[in-house]
Design a protein around this ligand. Structure first.
Ligand code: BEZ
Ligand code: FE
Length: 293
């Protein structure tokens, strides 16, 4: 179909050039570059796929539904970007070469600013369920220097798969908290082992996943935003190596360097930490920040 004549006697290539030409007076060079690229790729996509009118209309309807699903609580366009791999592609472009610094991944929709400040060693939940987890770690810079007073902001889901912000049954402060590292850069907290969960799939993005034979699951993880004076902050996760979804994360957020084995412990073999009975898990996490040049 490439260069077929349109009804007006122009070829598809002429049409693309004409649409791009209308940007000649765009005052912002970067905006012009981006819109030019978008038009070029959109037109090439329609041509390569010989897009039918019915398919084009279905796409318009889908994007309309994505917009209609958006609210203060739900960002369906972000979910679309996440599930099409665009969010992680932008992450790679912007944070691809971090040297020895901890790698970044998606923020996700369940971050709530202003989590309660807690003291190292505190619990971020009252309900440890059957699988208590003790998290400890250090924050350092890429030269190995401990970062004192770094902020470690964490959030995760409960054993019912839901984050507090999704679940009226949880206290709004459940399973989230901010910690400050001590003089040796250390932080620690007690929690419950996070579980695999589906991203919100009751909207058009969920239907897109279903129609394309994909699932909506994310592998179990804890979210971190870590910041320190003089360093570039990092938004990342720690993934549970036991998850069955590490190779098929619905939003492509897994990086091998972020996967950790949660070590199992049993009170029959060792002394349980205060407040914990039966079995528990531990994980040690080192977060490395890049100095801000
Ligand atoms: C999350 O990990 O919370 C998340 C990330 C992207 C999309 C949906 C959820
Ligand atoms: Fe998450």
């Amino acid at each position: 179909m490439g260069d077929d004549l349109t009804a007006a006697g122009t070829t598809a290539r002429d049409l693309t050039a004409e649409v791009i030409g209308r940007l000649d007076h765009c005052p912002d060079p970067r905006l012009r570059e981006l819109v030019t690229g978008l038009i070029r790729h959109l037109h090439a996509f329609a041509l390569e796929e010989s897009l039918t009118e019915a398919e084009w209309m279905a796409g318009i309807r889908f994007l309309t539904e994505v917009g209609e699903m958006c609210s203060d609580q739900r960002q369906e366009f972000m979910l679309l970007s996440d599930t099409l791999g665009l969010s992680m592609l932008v992450d790679q472009i912007n944070h691809g070469s971090r040297g020895s610094a901890t790698e970044s991944t998606v923020l996700g929709p369940f971050y709530v600013e202003g989590s309660p400040w807690r003291i190292n060693g505190d619990a971020i939940t009252d309900d440890f369920g059957a699988q208590p987890l003790l998290v400890s770690g250090h924050v350092r810079d890429t030269a190995g220097r401990p970062l004192v007073d770094a902020t470690v902001d964490v959030w995760q889901n409960a054993t019912n798969r839901l984050y507090a912000v999704q679940d009226g049954g949880q206290s709004p402060e459940n399973l989230r908290g901010r910690f400050r590292t001590s003089a040796d850069g250390a932080f620690s907290f007690r929690t419950v082992r996070p579980v695999d969960y589906p991203i919100p799939d009751d909207g058009p993005v969920g239907r897109m996943l279903e129609a394309t034979g994909r699932h909506s699951w994310r592998p179990a993880h804890i979210h971190f935003i870590v910041s320190a004076d003089g360093c570039i902050p990092i938004t990342t996760h720690v993934f549970d190596s036991a998850s069955a979804f590490l190779d098929s994360d619905a939003v492509f957020g897994v990086k091998g360097s972020l996967v950790r084995k949660l070590a199992a412990h049993d009170a029959a073999a060792e002394t349980a930490p205060a407040g914990i009975q039966g079995s528990w898990y531990t994980v040690d996490i080192d977060i490395v920040l890049q100095p801000d040049p």
